[in-house]
Design a protein around this ligand. Sequence first.
Ligand code: SF4
Length: 221
Amino acid sequence: MKRNLPVFAIYGGKNTGKTSLAVSIIDELTKRGYSIASVKHTRGEHSVDREETDTWKHQDAGAKAVAFSTPSDTAFYIKSGMDLNEILEILSLVSDPDMVIVEGMKDENLPGTDVSHAEVSEILDQLVETIELYRIEKELAGSDCGMCGYPDCNTMAREKYDGKDLHCTVESDVALDIQGKRIQLGPFPSEMLKGAITGMLGTLKGVESLENVVIRLNSEE
Ligand code: SF4
């Protein structure tokens, strides 16, 4: 089971304070030690890049994607619109966030708020609970097997969040140990590692099953 990265949408009319609300939520959650990513969505058709910049010229010449790189930050311009799921996959890959704040997108499938009804302290309480549950669920095997006595991982995570001393009784299907220490893998790195390893091993002669694979790596220089 892939755990969904928590998303919170802020929507409302033009110049109604969406950005101010997004900034105060990002600022407060960051101060509390959470890793936050964000999306600024606009329905306008205009390009993100400005005409006659060097990156714009690269795009205009036909480059499908352009990276603008400086010693302190990196921007990517991609010459096509992307849906939110694609954007979330990329944000997960580059920053492994605890939550993504999405400004300017209203979708009934997304949790969120209309900026005109927003009560910041209530929103923060709700988001902290969501993030803590997500963090707990990330550590579970995610198979909803019921072996811990709860019907699924989400129920077990909620009980654990409420203070019960509970442990998942199933090992994740991907485990990474470095110098004897278990490295906790989020859903995206775990899926990526599993896909890369099984894809590569599946092409090798003599490999008939990919059950219980152990790889030993020593790359110390
Ligand atoms: S033992 Fe519980 S927490 Fe672990 S995978 Fe099964 S249902 Fe989820």
